[in-house]
Write a protein that binds this ligand. Structure first.
Ligand SMILES: [Ca+2]
Ligand SMILES: [Ca+2]
Ligand SMILES: [Ca+2]
Ligand SMILES: [Ca+2]
Length: 494
């Protein structure tokens, strides 16, 4: 299924447009509010901001050039007016908007230059450079008192630049060496991951870089950073086909496990593949302390079904999708649990191709000691509208995520803007972050509304997510062209 070649980007785009949910999930991203990964605040006003993208947007008539969109928090949440839209045609941004650059396909935030304003790393894996077609590029956009700006943006060089490297296909920010400075892990189409160390400056300086040879067969599909073992060095979950464990029984070696996850540990000398641990599968991961024991818990969405269409079982899969939770411990992975729409208390029911877990994020909705979880279900059908999508909010406790008090919303829910239409894919990406400044995480959810995309905002109030005060933000309302299929809101920065 997943084949990341120079044609993959076009294939992903084409398949996504024709409704292939499996392929669709490959383009989504997830964020988590781990102990060392806070909400984004680009303008340092204390209210969380949301960075999303329209990676397939036409810019200056160039299809798939791509844009990033920062939506700034206000006391009433994110809206269409307080925002910044940046492309490679924006003043100060290196390069120029060209067809298939896919600027914004992948993004990661952190205060890279340690000035108190969060910054945004932006991957453009389709960028052609002097190294060749699809060499890729990574740009740092700086945060300022007026938000993200193109002014002074710098690029980070690929130490192994070449055609089809797709540098910037995956990004994850964290303090992997626990020196107090934010580092940036950057992947491409092959197994060489580079970590640029903190010490970034507005003139393009960095703290140096090192390579990590990923224990995978090809480049990672997704990276997600968070501190699992509570040693203050950020760890990294790498999604992709793992190298086979040759000590395993032959029949296990012959079974293909899709969407495998591998945990790499950070430490004083940085990120290493030594001592890596195998995790439950699932393309989209979040890391944060759900049960209040100080260890980061790993939540991964395996949005496939229990079996492939030919009947072959999918290891660890469940009909309609399943979210696996690996609770963190001092040694990495501890207790493992799973949750589906058939779990007691979870609204809805597990149906084939629901895509439960195609996106997810952790955040604290009710302000207690436990992180809560939002799960996107973009393939959910409601009232006969196929793949209109829904989002499910699950609450954390001292014993982890349970179905108790769970909530579900779709565009037919009372007070939620819009209507359920076939193929809306609400929940194609989701994020829980405090964007009002009250300390409670609000919900934002992307969709493919009208084939263009949209961002739904729903605030936290009274310990729950509520439709009261919710709003939908369209691409045209923020200045993103609806020519073609911009895919606005399909990916939130993490
Ligand atoms: Ca802010
Ligand atoms: Ca900064
Ligand atoms: Ca560091
Ligand atoms: Ca924990």
């Amino acid at each position: 299924m997943h084949k990341k070649t120079r044609t993959a980007l076009a294939a992903v785009a084409a398949a996504a447009l024709t409704g292939g949910l499996l392929t669709l999930t490959a383009s989504t991203a997830v964020a988590a509010d781990g102990t060392l990964v806070a909400k984004a605040d680009f303008n340092k006003d204390g209210k969380g901001d949301v960075a999303t993208s329209a990676a397939w947007a036409h810019v200056g008539g160039k299809e798939g050039a791509g844009q990033v969109v920062a939506l700034y928090g206000t006391s009433t949440g994110v809206n269409s007016t307080k925002r910044t839209v940046i492309s490679q045609d924006t003043s100060g941004v290196p390069g120029s908007a060209e067809a298939d650059d896919m600027f914004g396909y992948e993004t990661a935030y952190g205060d890279f230059n340690a000035d108190g304003y969060d910054d945004l790393a932006v991957g453009a894996p389709g960028e052609a450079t002097t190294a060749g077609e699809f060499a890729g590029s990574v740009t740092l956009l700086w945060g300022t008192a007026s938000g993200l700006t193109g002014t002074g943006a710098v690029t980070l060089k690929d130490p192994a630049a070449g055609a089809d490297r797709m540098w910037g296909y995956t990004l994850a920010a964290g303090d992997f060496d626990a020196d107090g400075r934010t580092d940036l892990a950057i992947g491409g189409s092959d197994t060489t991951l580079f970590v640029y160390k903190g010490g970034f400056t507005k003139t393009g300086g960095t703290g140096g870089h090192y390579a990590v040879d990923l224990p995978l067969l090809e480049g990672a599909w997704k990276l997600h950073a968070g501190d699992v073992n509570n040693d203050r060095a950020t760890d990294l979950v790498v999604n992709g086909d793992a190298l086979p464990d040759l000590s395993a029984p032959t029949d296990e070696l012959e079974t293909y496990v899709p969407e495998q996850n591998t945990l790499l540990f950070g430490g004083a000398s940085g990120l290493t593949a030594d001592g890596h641990q195998s995790l439950r599968p699932g393309l989209i991961t979040g890391i944060g302390d759900i049960n209040g024991d100080k260890f980061g818990d790993i939540v991964s969405g395996l949005s496939l079904n229990a079996a492939w269409e030919d009947g072959e079982p999918i290891p660890y899969g469940a009909k309609g999708g399943k979210v696996w939770i690996s609770y963190g411990s001092a040694t990495g992975v501890g207790k493992i649990a799973g949750i589906t729409q058939d779990t007691s208390g979870v609204p809805g029911a597990s149906e084939t191709d629901d895509g439960f877990g195609a996106s997810l994020d952790l955040g604290n909705v009710n302000g207690d000691a436990y992180l809560d979880l939002v799960v996107g279900v973009p393939g959910e059908s409601v009232d006969g509208h196929g793949e209109t999508g829904s989002v499910v909010v699950l609450y954390g406790t001292a014993t982890g995520i349970t179905g108790t008090g769970a909530q579900s919303f779709h565009q037919g829910s009372a007070g939620v803007p819009g209507d359920n239409e076939a193929g809306d894919w609400l929940g194609v990406d989701v994020k829980l972050d405090d964007v009002t400044g009250d300390g409670k995480a609000d919900l934002v959810a992307g969709s493919d509304e009208n084939g263009n995309g949209a961002v739904l905002y729903m605030p936290a109030s009274g310990g729950k997510i509520t439709a009261t005060g919710s709003r939908s933000i369209s691409p045209s309302s923020v200045g993103v062209s609806t020519t073609g299929y911009p895919s606005f809101g399909w990916s939130f920065a993490d």
